[in-house]
Design a protein around this ligand. Structure first.
Ligand code: NAI
Ligand code: MG
Length: 341
C-alpha cells in the first residue's frame, strides 16, 4: 500500500529540485503517492494572505506528511512567511537537523567522523515574536518558554536517540544566566533523562557548545536546545560538513511532519536547470525512514553517496569550477546508481 504525501514544489529552484527528487524516489520504487499542492509566491499573488491556501492545509492535515521545497519570503507583496504559517498551523515544534560527513564532500573537518543530530525547539523562545517598544528608546522582546514545550522537545530528542540507537543526548542551554527560561529546559532534561537509562544524558552551556562544535565536533551525538540557540548552532554545525546547500531537515509535530531542504529558493539560479537536489533528496530519505520504508531509504541513500563519491556528475555548487553538470544529469546519475552498493 502506498502512503500519500503532500508535495509542495514551492518557489525559485523549488519545482526543479522537487521534480528531480520525485523522479529518483519513483525510480527507486518508493511506496509513496504524491499529492501536489500550492504554497508560497503563487498563493500570495492570488491573494492568499497566509501564503498557504485552504486546500493545501487540508491536504497536509489529511496526509499528515509533506515534502516541501523552499518558499520565498514575500517582500513587497502578500503578508507573512508561508513557512511560519505552516509551522504554527501544524504546531511543528521539533526541527531536526542531522549533520554528518557525506562521501565526496571535502571540508577542513573531513575524516573526523562527524555524525550528530541537532534537535531545535521550533515554536517558543524569543521567536514567538512578542516584542514592543516600551518607550521610544527602549525595545522589549519576550522570551517565552513553557514546561510542556520544554518537555516535548526533550522527549523528541530522547525518542530520536532511541530510534536511531544513539548513545547520548546533550541539552544545550544558557541556564547559568536565564535561570527560569533556559533553566527550565535544563531541569526538564534531567527529569526526562531518568526514563531513558540506556542513553547517556549531558548538559552543556550553549557558548561552550559552539566552541566544542568547532574543536571536537565528533564528540556530539544528539543535541537538544531552545529555538534561538538551535537556529545558530544548527547552521554552524551544517557548515562543518559542507554547508547549508546540502543540509536536510524535518519539522515534526504530534499531528504532522514536514521534510525540507535547509536552503532557500536560490533566485539567482532558478529556472536554469542548475540546482543541486541533494538537500531535498536527503530530506526525502528522512521521510522514507519516517514512514518505515527503510529498504528504499537505504537504496536511495547509497545511490546518492556513490554519485557524490564518484564526483563525475556533480552540480556547479559542488564541482570544481567549470565542471558542473545540470540538475537533470546529476539526477540521471543517481538513478543509474540505484541498486549499486
Ligand atoms: P538561498 O539558500 O536561496 O541561496 C543562497 C546561495 O546558495 C545562492 O547563491 C544560491 O544559488 C545557492 N543555493 C541554494 N540552494 C542551492 C541548490 N540547491 N543548488 C545550488 N545552489 C544553491 O538563500 P537566500 O538567497 O538568502 O534566500 C532566497 C529566498 O529563499 C528568500 O526569499 C528566502 O526567504 C527564502 N528561504 C526559504 C527557506 C525555506 O523555504 N525553508 C529557507 C531559506 C530561505
Ligand atoms: Mg536559521
Amino acid at each position: 500500500p502506498k502512503t500519500k504525501v503532500t508535495a509542495l514544489p514551492g518557489d525559485g529552484i523549488g519545482p526543479e529540485v522537487m521534480a528531480a527528487t520525485i523522479r529518483i524516489l519513483d525510480a527507486a520504487g518508493a511506496p509513496i503517492e504524491w499529492e501536489y499542492a500550492e504554497a508560497g509566491a503563487e498563493a500570495f499573488k492570488k491573494g492568499v494572505i497566509t501564503g498557504v491556501p485552504r486546500e493545501t492545509l487540508d491536504s497536509i492535515s489529511t496526509n499528515k506528511l509533506a515534502l516541501k521545497s523552499p518558499l520565498e519570503t514575500p517582500i513587497g507583496y502578500g503578508g507573512k512567511s508561508a513557512n511560519v504559517t505552516m509551522r504554527k498551523f501544524f504546531e511543528l515544534y521539533a526541527n531536526i537537523r542531522p549533520v554528518r560527513e557525506l562521501p565526496g564532500i571535502t571540508t577542513p573537518f573531513s575524516g573526523r567522523g562527524i555524525d550528530m543530530v541537532i534537535v531545535r525547539e521550533n515554536v517558543e523562545d524569543v521567536y514567538a515574536g512578542i516584542e514592543h517598544m516600551q518607550t521610544t528608546t527602549v525595545a522589549q522582546c519576550l522570551k517565552l518558554m513553557t514546561a510542556p514545550g520544554c518537555e516535548r522537545i526533550i522527549r523528541a530528542a530522547y525518542g530520536l536517540a532511541q530510534a536511531e540507537e544513539r548513545k547520548g543526548v546533550t541539552v544545550a542551554t544558557k541556564a547559568n544566566i536565564m535561570k527560569l527560561t533556559e533553566g527550565m529546559m535544563k531541569r526538564m532534561g534531567e527529569k526526562v533523562a531518568a526514563e531513558f537509562p540506556d542513553i547517556k544524558p549531558g548538559h552543556i552551556i550553549i557558548d561552550n557548545c559552539a566552541h566544542q562544535l568547532v574543536i571536537k565536533p565528533e564528540a556530539f551525538d544528539v543535541i537538544v536546545t531552545s529555538n534561538m540557540n538551535g537556529d545558530i548552532i544548527s547552521d554552524l554545525a551544517a557548515g562543518l560538513v559542507g554547508g547549508l546547500g546540502i543540509a536536510p531537515s524535518s519539522n515534526l509535530g504530534d499531528h504532522a511532519a514536514m521534510f525540507e531542504a535547509v536552503h532557500g529558493s536560490a533566485p539567482d539560479i532558478a529556472g536554469k536547470g542548475l540546482a543541486n537536489p541533494t538537500a531535498l533528496l536527503s530530506a526525502s530519505i528522512m521521510l522514507l525512514r519516517h514512514i518505515a520504508a527503510f529498504d528504499v531509504a537505504e537504496k536511495v541513500e547509497q545511490a546518492l553517496f556513490i554519485t557524490l563519491a564518484e564526483g563525475k556528475n556533480l552540480t556547479g555548487d559542488l564541482a570544481p569550477r567549470g565542471h558542473g553538470v545540470g540538475t537533470a544529469a546529476f539526477t540521471d546519475q543517481v538513478i543509474a546508481n540505484l541498486g549499486r552498493s
